[in-house]
Design a protein around this ligand. Structure first.
Ligand code: HEC
Ligand code: HEC
Ligand code: HEC
Ligand code: HEC
Ligand code: HEC
Ligand code: HEC
Ligand code: HEC
Ligand code: HEC
Ligand code: HEC
Ligand code: HEC
Length: 326
C-alpha cells in the first residue's frame, strides 16, 4: 500500500510536469475544476526549492485523483486564494501554516478537515488534542517525501516534541518495542498502535474503548475466558503494568512481592509449607516465618517471590487453579 502510494506520488509529479508544458504554451488544461490564475507553475516561479517542491512527490499531488488538492486549486487548495501574494511582495498567502505569520489553528485545521473529516478523525472535535489547540500540521508535514509521523521508526520523535514524560519512560529497561534512538530502524510498534491521536471514544485517546480492549488487540491470550479470573486483570492491565516503560520487567509498576502486596497482605491466612521444590530447600513457611539459622531467603521474597508459586497471575483454566498456581 505504502509502496503504491510512493510510486503514485512519483508518477504524479511527472504528470504535474508533463501538463505544465502545454499549459505554458497557451493550451487550456483538461483537469475538472478550472485552475485558478495562480496555478502551481506560478507559485513554483519563486518556490521551486526543497522542501516546498517535495509536495509534488506525495499522494497530495496525484493530479489524476480528483480528490487531491492538485486536481483542484493546486497550491491554493490549502493556502487559499492568494492573488495579492503573487503580485505584491510581502503580502502573506491566505492560509499560512508555519512561522510567526501562521493563521489561527482553527483556520488551518478546517482546510485539512474539508477533505479528511471522516475515518480516523470522526472523534477529532472535542478530542484532547483539538481542545488544546493542537494543529494537524503540528504532527503532519506536507512538504516532505514521507511524513515522519506516518512511519513507525520516526513517529515517536514527533510526539516527543510535546510529550517529554513518555520519552523518558520509553527508554527504561522494559518497554514496548517502539523506536528508541538507536533501535529506530528495527521499531516494531508506534504510539498509534495504542493511541488514536485524532480522538477516540476511549480514555487517554486509546484506540479502543478501554485499556484492556486496547491491550487485547495484540495480547489476545490475556483476555481469557478463564475458569479462575484474577479480578485486577479483568479490571485494568495498568493495575500492575505501565504501558510506556518501567525499570521492573516485564513492564511492571513494581516488583513482586511488593506489587502483589499493594492489594494482598504479606502473610497468607494459612501456613503453607513451602520451598521443598526450590533451590533453597524447605527452609521457610509461606507466611514468611524462617527457621532459625536458615540462610535461604523467604519464599515470598526470593527468586520470583509470589510468582514462585502463583505462576498464572493473569488467570487459570485448571480445575484446581483457584489460587493461580497451575
Ligand atoms: C514573485 C515570487 C512569489 C510567487 C509567485 C509566490 N510566492 Fe510565496 N513567497 C514569496 C516570498 C519572497 C516569500 C517570503 C515572504 C516573507 O517571508 O514575508 C513567500 C512566502 C510564502 C509562504 C510562506 C508563508 C508566508 O506567507 O510568509 C507561502 C505558504 C507561500 N509563499 C505560498 C505561495 C503560493 C501558494 C504561491 C502561488 C499561489 C506563491 N507563494 C507564489 C514569493 C513568491
Ligand atoms: C482537497 C482535499 C485535501 C486537502 C485540502 C488535504 N488533503 Fe490530505 N489527502 C487528500 C487525498 C485525496 C489524499 C490521498 C488519500 C489516499 O490515497 O487514500 C491525502 C493524503 C493525506 C495523508 C496521507 C499521506 C500519505 O503519505 O499516505 C495525510 C497524512 C494527509 N493527507 C494530511 C493532510 C493534512 C494535514 C492536510 C491539511 C494541511 C491535508 N491533508 C489537506 C486530500 C486532501
Ligand atoms: C498528535 C499528532 C497528530 C495530529 C494533531 C493529527 N494527526 Fe493525522 N495522523 C497522526 C498519526 C500518528 C497518523 C498515523 C495513524 C495510524 O497509522 O494509525 C496520522 C494519520 C493521518 C492520515 C492518514 C491516515 C488516514 O486516516 O487515512 C490523515 C489523512 C491524517 N492523519 C489527517 C489529519 C488531519 C486532517 C488532522 C487535523 C484535523 C490530523 N491528522 C491531526 C498524527 C496526528
Ligand atoms: C495539502 C495542503 C498543502 C498543499 C497542497 C500545499 N501546501 Fe504549502 N504548506 C502546507 C503546510 C501544512 C505547510 C507547513 C509546513 C509543512 O507541513 O511542510 C506548508 C508550508 C508552505 C511554505 C512555507 C515553508 C516553510 O517551511 O516555512 C511554502 C512556501 C509553501 N507551503 C508553498 C506551497 C506551494 C508553492 C505549494 C504548491 C506547489 C503548496 N505549498 C502546496 C500545506 C500545503
Ligand atoms: C504540539 C504538541 C503535541 C504533539 C506534537 C502531540 N501531542 Fe499529545 N497532547 C498534547 C496536549 C497539549 C495534550 C493535552 C493534555 C496535556 O495537557 O498533556 C495532549 C494529550 C495527549 C494524550 C493524553 C490524552 C489525555 O486524556 O490525557 C495522549 C495519549 C497523546 N497526547 C498522545 C500523543 C501522540 C501519540 C502523539 C504523536 C502521534 C502526540 N500526542 C503528539 C500536545 C501534543
Ligand atoms: C502499548 C500501548 C501504548 C503505547 C505503544 C503507547 N501508549 Fe500512551 N498510553 C497507553 C495507556 C494504556 C495509557 C493510559 C494509562 C496510563 O496513563 O498509564 C496511556 C497514556 C498516555 C498519555 C497520557 C498520560 C497521562 O498521564 O495522562 C500520553 C501523553 C501518552 N500515553 C503518550 C504516548 C506516546 C507519545 C506514545 C509513543 C511514544 C505512547 N503513548 C505509546 C498505552 C500506550
Ligand atoms: C500493537 C500491539 C500491542 C499492543 C496494543 C500492546 N502490546 Fe504489549 N507487547 C507487544 C509486543 C510486540 C511486545 C514485545 C513482545 C516480545 O518482545 O516478544 C509486547 C510486550 C508486552 C509485555 C512484556 C514486556 C517485556 O519486557 O517482556 C507486557 C507486560 C505488555 N506487552 C503489556 C501490554 C499492555 C498492558 C498493553 C495495553 C496497555 C499492551 N501490552 C498492548 C505488542 C502490543
Ligand atoms: C495482578 C497484576 C497483573 C495484572 C493486572 C496484569 N498483569 Fe500482566 N503480568 C503480571 C506479572 C507479575 C507478570 C510477570 C509474570 C512472570 O514473570 O511470570 C506479567 C507478565 C505479562 C506479560 C509478559 C509475559 C506473558 O505472560 O506473556 C504480558 C504480555 C502481560 N503481562 C500482559 C498483560 C495484559 C494484557 C494485562 C491486562 C489484560 C495484564 N498483563 C494484567 C502481572 C499482571
Ligand atoms: C490491584 C490489586 C491487586 C493486585 C496488585 C494483585 N491482586 Fe491478587 N487479587 C486481587 C483481588 C481483588 C482478588 C480477588 C479477591 C477475592 O475474590 O476475594 C485477588 C485474588 C488473588 C488470588 C486468589 C485469592 C483467592 O482467595 O482465591 C491470588 C492467589 C492472588 N490474587 C495473587 C496475587 C499475586 C501473586 C499478585 C502479584 C503478582 C496479585 N495477586 C496482585 C487484587 C490484586
Ligand atoms: C511457596 C509457594 C507460595 C508463595 C511463594 C506464595 N504463595 Fe500465596 N498461596 C500459596 C498456596 C499453596 C495457597 C493456597 C492456600 C490455601 O488454599 O489455603 C496460597 C494462597 C494465596 C492467596 C489466597 C488467600 C489465602 O490466604 O489463602 C493469596 C491472596 C496469596 N496466596 C497471595 C500471595 C502473595 C501476595 C504472595 C507473595 C507475597 C504469595 N502468595 C506467595 C502458595 C504460595
Amino acid at each position: 500500500m505504502k509502496r503504491l502510494c510512493c510510486i503514485a506520488g512519483l508518477f504524479a509529479s511527472a504528470v504535474v510536469w508533463a501538463m505544465a508544458a502545454p499549459a505554458a504554451a497557451g493550451q487550456a488544461p483538461q483537469a475538472a475544476p478550472p485552475p485558478t490564475k495562480n496555478d502551481v507553475q506560478t507559485c513554483l516561479q519563486c518556490h521551486d526549492q526543497e522542501p516546498v517542491n517535495l509536495v509534488l512527490q506525495t499522494p497530495h499531488a496525484v493530479k489524476a485523483d480528483a480528490r487531491t488538492p492538485f486536481a483542484q486549486q493546486q497550491c491554493e487548495t490549502c493556502h487559499g486564494a492568494s492573488a495579492a501574494h503573487v503580485e505584491v511582495a510581502g503580502t502573506p498567502v491566505a492560509v499560512v501554516y508555519k512561522g510567526p505569520k501562521r493563521s489561527p489553528v482553527a483556520q488551518r485545521n478546517a482546510v485539512c478537515l474539508s477533505c479528511h473529516e471522516a475515518g480516523l478523525r470522526t472523534h477529532w472535535t472535542g478530542s484532547q488534542h483539538e481542545s488544546r489547540g493542537v494543529a494537524c500540521n503540528d504532527c503532519h508535514t506536507i512538504h516532505a517525501r514521507t511524513q515522519p509521523v506516518l512511519s513507525k521508526a520516526t513517529q515517536a520523535q514527533v510526539c516527543f516534541t510535546c510529550h517529554k514524560t513518555q520519552r523518558a519512560q520509553i527508554r527504561r529497561i522494559s518497554a514496548h518495542p517502539l523506536a528508541v534512538t538507536s533501535l529506530a530502524s528495527t521499531a516494531k510498534m508506534s504510539c498509534s498502535d495504542c493511541h488514536n491521536p485524532h480522538g477516540s471514544t476511549g480514555p487517554k485517546l486509546l484506540k479502543k474503548n478501554s485499556v484492556n480492549e486496547t491491550c487485547y488487540t495484540c495480547h489476545a491470550e490475556k483476555r481469557g475466558p478463564f475458569l479462575w479470573e484474577h479480578a485486577p486483570v479483568v479490571d485494568d492491565c495498568t493495575n500492575c503494568h505501565t504501558p510506556h516503560g518501567s525499570n521492573n520487567a516485564p513492564l511492571l509498576k513494581a516488583r513482586a512481592p511488593w506489587l502483589c502486596q499493594e492489594c494482598h497482605s504479606g502473610d497468607h491466612g494459612a501456613q503453607v509449607n513451602s520451598g521443598a521444590n526450590l533451590a533453597t530447600g524447605a527452609a521457610t513457611t509461606i507466611n514468611g516465618m524462617q527457621q532459625p539459622g536458615a540462610a535461604a531467603p523467604r519464599a515470598q521474597m526470593g527468586a520470583r517471590a509470589c510468582l514462585n508459586c502463583h505462576v498464572l497471575v493473569h488467570g487459570s483454566n485448571h480445575p484446581a487453579g483457584a489460587k493461580f498456581q497451575r
